[in-house]
Design a protein around this ligand. Structure first.
Ligand SMILES: [Zn+2]
Ligand SMILES: [Zn+2]
Length: 329
């Protein structure tokens, strides 16, 4: 197979030819048709995540077709179209798994981080951690749903019954979450980098009531804010924008240091929380919502071999909506 491989921290991905992977017991192999590029891939390549097992193939928004089945596989069949998300495996017996919070599992595996991902022509998944994708069209448009959409969904649930919802960072996750939130009848306030007119226009296009720079403040106090951008200084900015009792949800896996801020920003029973990973139930719930709400993604496709360029553009804030790698291009 062909794959983009990360061999050491901070290195560029190398386009390599490797032996085709074989599915083990309980595993499926998929021929990858599209794989979304997530900000987490950037943190991985920059060595900002702990304990990366090099060499590793990034990519955890995989859409593909099952083309080989390992022994004892019962839930998938050859030719089936599936989505493979970030959560690649959980232990099933730790305190967190037992509590229904497998997203916090003590011994997890993550696709494209601790097991090989979808920046490749083939990928292997545990059959229990692959979603059927019936009813959702277009592989490229669906790929960003598998992390940006899923994490967006989990963070939206964590934001609670917020009517006036702030979204900091209007990229892949932001533009999907905004659509779901609009469909639920909420009002969206989109915060982007200073003067990022393209992202602000995208926000209005997807139904935002207000869009502006992250240091600006709309006229209303927000009920909750979700932070998708990995910038710690957004935490006090978001706390400043929410009303008493409001919530600020940090939805990224990595964030720069949060600057100190006066206690008065948290006072008044404001809640500050993070969202980590996903549960399989989140995936099933969200994929259903995505159909009901008729989510459209603003996705641009690129050949697999251009992954380094795409990651560089993502770092510079130069990707509008979501970027998707397509091995067949
Ligand atoms: Zn992701
Ligand atoms: Zn566990």
């Amino acid at each position: 197979m062909r794959a983009m491989v990360l061999r050491k921290p901070g290195a560029l991905l190398r386009f390599e030819t490797l032996a085709d992977p074989e599915p083990g017991p309980g595993e499926i192999r998929v021929r990858v048709s599209a794989c979304g590029v997530c900000r987490t891939d950037l943190h991985l390549c920059d060595g900002e995540l702990p304990d990366i097992p090099y060499p590793i193939i990034p990519g955890h928004e995989i859409v593909g077709y099952v083309d080989q089945i390992g022994s004892a596989v019962t839930t998938h069949r050859l030719g089936e179209r599936v989505g493979i998300p970030w959560l690649g495996h959980t232990c099933g017996h730790c305190a967190f798994c037992n509590r229904g919070t497998e997203n916090l599992c003590d011994e997890p595996a993550f696709t494209g981080y601790t097991r090989n991902g979808g920046y490749a022509t083939y990928a292997i998944a545990n059959e229990r951690f692959a979603f059927p994708l019936e009813g959702l069209e277009d592989d490229v448009a669906v790929a960003p749903l598998l992390c940006a959409g899923l994490i967006g969904w989990r963070s939206l649930v964590m934001a609670g019954q917020a009517e006036q919802l702030g979204i900091y960072g209007f990229g892949a996750a932001g533009h999907i979450t905004a659509q779901v939130a609009r469909w639920q009848g909420r009002r969206i306030y989109a915060f982007t980098r200073e003067n990022d007119r393209a992202a602000q226009d995208l926000a209005y296009q997807f139904g935002a009531t207000w869009a502006g720079g992250s240091e600006q403040r709309p006229d209303v106090a927000l009920d909750a804010a979700i932070i998708y951008a990995p910038a710690g200084e957004l935490v006090p900015a978001a706390l400043r924008s929410v009303r008493k009792g409001g919530r600020v949800v940090c939805a990224g896996i990595h964030m720069s240091a949060i600057p100190s801020f006066p206690y008065s920003l948290l006072w008044g029973e404001r809640h500050l929380m993070s969202v980590a990973n996903l549960t399989r139930q989140d995936g099933l719930d969200f994929l259903q919502v995505a159909q009901q709400a008729q989510i459209r993604t603003h996705a641009t496709s690129y050949p697999l071999s251009e992954a380094n360029d795409v990651l560089a553009r993502l770092k510079q804030g130069d990707v509008l909506g979501a970027a998707v790698l397509v091995p067949g291009l």
